[in-house]
Design a binder for this molecule. Structure first.
Ligand code: ADP
Ligand code: MG
Length: 922
């Protein structure tokens, strides 16, 4: 029988694995907004989003409400890595009956303890001047909505004060403290426990001498333990309290905590895992003894996991096992065991004393005899085995819960392995010598990818409460400083409306012949007057010069759609920087080579030319080069018609297989390419290295070209918006520094707020200022950050990716030789978000001006329109396009704008311009 009892108390490893899986499922349930209400493992958010980093400084007060005591503590931190905090504390016994009395009396008593403690510890000068922050350890289940806002859900542990459930306990404590400070505590004189509290010493001060105490944070004891252990430079991200009850908390990725508003960084979650199994999922591992313990408890059916592992229940489990075994005549044969019938006679301490005496059957005998039993030697051995089995099971189950937490952390942090410190507290942990060994070895078996190091808590959870308070104040100060740095980048709706209005003004000025020379937005006519209508047919050649590669393409437009073939050709530097003749001769050679390879020599094909250099266009096939950029400097080209230079070269080479019909800029190519798939596409947008846009304008509005009929595509060159000073109010210190270090200071000011070439640089400037202000990397210098262009715009994309893929951020940080903490990466992400959001919003304000103008032009209440877009920043950044669309919807509510990504706009687009020109000509 004894063997059977022992077997029923030991749980096979496979069953533990299953249980770990169930615990993880329940954790997810508790975190999800939909299933939270039904979840047994409640996963309560604590609003504690950071652990101490050692820079905390000042005096912090903690109050802990315990089973039958109030503990007060004053912790002084010196910002020295928390190596030597100075601590003073005092413990007050709770008066008889107060735990069942009025809530107000309980909180008045706690406030009294605080003022009494302060009167004894603080010198009178510091009392008058300081404003003391307080952390409150309140070990009951609360629904917390802020660090300092927590509604009591239910009392437990023998407490049942009236008028507290459903109230904010922070507010209750703060009011009681305020009453003390004002000296208006009404119950003073007629309360005997208060007069007993007020010894001779307390009559030496009056309440008004007290410094102001402000309740800054509330937490439960598990969280307090985690924070207590998080000191001396070793962050602790999990805590297990194995005490009368059992609980665990850990730092979770905040975005997973759907029940809290916040989304960035990490937040401590109070699992309340004691209720695990209340849905029956543990029924098969309950022994008959567990069932009896549950039935006899004050809350049958509840806290089933806790009743297997909490020290309040372990003695009871043993007692019921002994009763059962006696009934089966396996123990105490012929003895009277009436004493065992009484609930609570067999305590956790008895169990510990019995198993902590390995050799001492005599000691076991003594204990059992002291309880009024008459054990034989054999009985003593069996009782000891039962005690060991019950304790071993409690440790094993704790390990299973811990393994679930660790695996969950490892998975959600996207790590292959996890190393973590686990703060430990509680009488089971302290009293049972094998607890630690079992916890480590079993959790290692169940979660082999995780490596936990146990850290015993010192000074209880009170010190943790002081630390939480210290961290909260550090974070609040940091938040203010960060907001101050980022404030100039945050644009209001009014700011954006103003940008929209200014853009509109500049567009009008650019279109008007008289004001065009002084407009910052040049509004260049393109001589493209139609977008594709889908009836275009034929084979076309296209050239793409000025992007990353020089390419020649053939584009076949048929009833079935468009097919393309292309070849990349190299332009040697000697030719880029030689004579214009040599350059265009080389281009013709490439075209001839391509036509040979493609078997296109016998036909004369129309050719569209995407030429991504600034041009003054005077016809569809006539464009004067204004200046070379991007490393080109071929002589004799600036001021000449580029189309003519190409034709001349063809003539020199006697190549008759092509006819240049159009030259386009890449925005136009993008619009045309998308226009083939969607006839509503009448806007082209580029957000890549630079930014620019084009759109279909009414000819009657284009003052710079003769004629009033129909429409023409206008290449806005909007990157230069603001070059006349109209956006000066928007430029931040960072933008000015970035502008000054470019090759074209004062030019392309709008582009420098938006496009890929500059966003990384803006972020870098902000990070440098934040390091200087000691907001990042704890102020450690980072020389690499001084290097221009070291922070690439693609980093913004990686860093802003949802869920903060930490491994990838680490890779970036390594590249920059930065040693960033988790908080540093969260802050870096906030900086990136501010910069990319502003870019998207400004781009939207520009587009809003365009679509609103088009709607007005056409006299419509509602405009349906499509924007063809190209550019790597738009395509690859995780939030840019969404932010752009959202802001545009807001700024131009009467325009229904669709965005269409262009595929190879410069090739396809150029061919389509040629095709459309061809169609229009015929
Ligand atoms: P271009 O505008 O010269 O035709 P792209 O459209 O490819 O070229 O844009 C290149 C720019 O895109 C680069 O300046 C770079 O800053 C930016 N970029 C590259 N990769 C990414 C990325 N993953 N996320 C955001 N921006 C990127
Ligand atoms: Mg491009």
């Amino acid at each position: 029988q004894t063997q059977r009892a022992l077997r029923s108390l030991s749980i096979p490893l496979e069953r533990l694995h299953i249980m770990k899986g169930h615990m993880m499922e329940d954790m997810c349930k508790g975190l999800s907004r939909q299933t939270h209400a039904q979840a047994k493992v409640r996963m309560l958010p604590t609003y504690i989003c950071s652990t101490p980093n050692g820079t905390e400084k000042g005096n912090f007060l903690a109050v802990e409400l315990c089973q039958n005591q109030v503990r007060t503590m004053l912790v002084t931190l010196y910002g020295d890595g928390n190596m030597s905090p100075h601590m003073m504390y005092k413990i007050f016994d709770l008066p008889e009956g107060i735990t069942q009395g009025e809530g107000e009396a309980l909180f008045d008593f706690i406030a009294q303890c605080v003022s009494r403690f302060l009167a004894e510890t603080l010198s009178s000068e510091s009392r008058e001047t300081t404003n003391l922050p307080l952390g409150f350890v309140f070990p009951f289940t609360c629904r917390q909505t802020q660090l300092d806002k927590a509604e009591l859900l239910s009392w437990s542990k023998g407490f049942s004060c009236s008028g507290v459930v459903g109230k904010d306990v922070v507010q209750l404590l703060q009011s009681a403290i305020n009453k003390q400070e004002m000296g208006t505590s009404g119950t003073d004189s007629d309360s005997n426990w208060l007069s007993s509290l007020r010894g001779r010493k307390s009559s030496q001060f009056t309440p008004s001498q007290l410094c102001h105490v402000e309740v800054v944070a509330l937490m439960n004891d598990t969280v307090g333990t985690m924070m207590t252990c998080s000191m001396e430079g070793r962050p602790c991200e999990v805590a297990v309290v194995a005490d009368k009850g059992s609980n665990c908390c850990f730092m979770a990725e905040t975005y997973l905590v759907e029940t809290a508003e916040e989304t960035s960084g990490r937040m401590c979650v109070n699992t309340e895992w004691g209720c695990f199994g209340d849905d029956g999922i543990l029924n098969d591992i309950f022994t008959p003894y567990d069932v009896r313990v549950d039935e006899e408890s004050s809350n049958p059916g509840e806290k089933r996991f806790e009743k297997l592992v909490g020290s309040l229940y372990l003695g009871e489990i043993v007692r019921h096992a002994l009763i059962a075994l006696t009934a089966e005549k396996a123990l105490f044969t012929g003895n009277d065991i009436a004493v065992l019938k009484e609930k609570g006679v067999f305590t956790m301490q008895h169990v510990l004393d019995i198993i902590n005496n390995e050799d001492g059957i005599t000691e076991v005998k003594r204990i059992l005899e002291s309880l009024g039993l008459q054990p034989s030697e054999r009985d003593c051995g069996r009782v000891q085995q039962i005690c060991q089995a019950v304790m071993g099971r409690a440790a094993t189950l704790h390990a299973t819960g811990l393994a679930a937490i660790l695996s969950y952390m490892c998975q959600t942090r996207d790590l292959e392995s996890l190393m973590v410190n686990v703060g430990m507290e509680g009488e089971l942990y302290r009293g049972y010598p094998r607890f630690e060994e079992i916890l480590l070895s079993v959790s290692r078996l169940l979660a082999p990818e995780c490596m936990a190091t146990l850290m015993p808590s010192r000074d209880g959870s009170g010190r943790g409460a002081a630390m939480v308070t210290a961290v909260a104040l550090r974070l609040a100060a940091q938040r203010r400083a960060v907001d101050e740095v980022l404030a100039p980048l945050r644009l209001t709706r009014a700011d954006l409306e103003k940008v929209q209005a200014l853009m509109r003004e500049e567009m009008d000025r650019g279109l008007c012949k008289e004001t065009n020379p002084t407009a910052s937005v040049r509004m260049l006519p393109t001589y493209v007057s139609h977008t594709p209508d889908g009836t275009e047919r034929g084979d076309f050649l296209a050239l793409d010069l000025g992007g990353t590669n020089f390419r020649v393409l053939v584009v076949r437009v048929t009833e079935e759609g468009i097919s393309m073939a292309s070849e990349i050709y190299v332009i040697p530097v000697s030719i880029m920087q030689g004579t214009g003749e040599a350059l265009f001769d080389h281009i013709i050679d490439c075209i001839i080579d391509f036509q040979m390879k493609q078997n296109l020599v016998t036909q004369m094909l129309p050719l569209g030319f995407t030429f991504s250099f600034p041009c003054q266009q005077v016809g569809l096939d006539k464009a004067l080069l204004l200046t070379w950029t991007k490393g080109f400097s071929a002589s004799g080209c600036v001021g000449k018609d580029v189309v003519q230079l190409l034709r001349d070269a063809a003539q020199r080479k006697q190549h008759l297989g092509m006819q240049v019909v159009a030259l386009v800029n890449d925005t136009v190519g993008t619009m045309m390419a998308c226009g083939y798939d969607d006839p509503k596409c009448e806007i082209g947008l580029i957000v890549g290295t630079g930014t620019n846009a084009c759109y279909m304008e009414e000819m009657r509005n284009v003052g710079t070209v003769e004629g009033d009929q129909g429409r023409m595509c206008i290449n806005m060159e909007w990157g230069a918006f603001g070059d006349n000073g109209c956006l000066d109010h928007l430029f931040t210190h960072f933008d000015k520094v970035v502008d000054e270090t470019t090759i074209n200071p004062g030019k392309q000011r709008f582009e420098k707020l938006i496009s890929g070439m500059y966003l990384g640089e803006i972020v870098r400037q902000i990070l440098m200022v934040m390091v200087e202000k000691q907001l990042l990397f704890q102020g450690r210098p980072c020389p690499k950050l001084q290097t221009k262009n070291i922070f690439k715009t693609k980093f913004l994309s990686t860093i802003e990716l949802n869920g903060l893929a930490l491994r990838q951020i680490r890779a970036i940080l390594n590249e920059l030789e930065l040693d960033a903490s988790f908080e540093d990466s969260v802050l870096m992400r906030e900086v990136c978000q501010a910069v990319s959001l502003r870019a998207a919003q400004l781009c939207a304000a520009g587009l809003a001006a365009v679509v609103e103008k088009m709607r007005e032009n056409r006299g419509l209440d509602q405009l349906d329109i499509t924007v063809g877009v190209d550019g790597t920043l738009y395509k690859l950044h995780p939030c840019f396009s969404d932010n752009l669309k959202k802001t545009l919807k807001d700024l131009a509510p009467n325009c229904n704008v669709t965005f269409l990504l262009s595929e190879d706009g410069s090739g396809k687009g150029a061919a389509l311009v040629a095709a459309v020109a061809d169609r229009a000509a015929n």
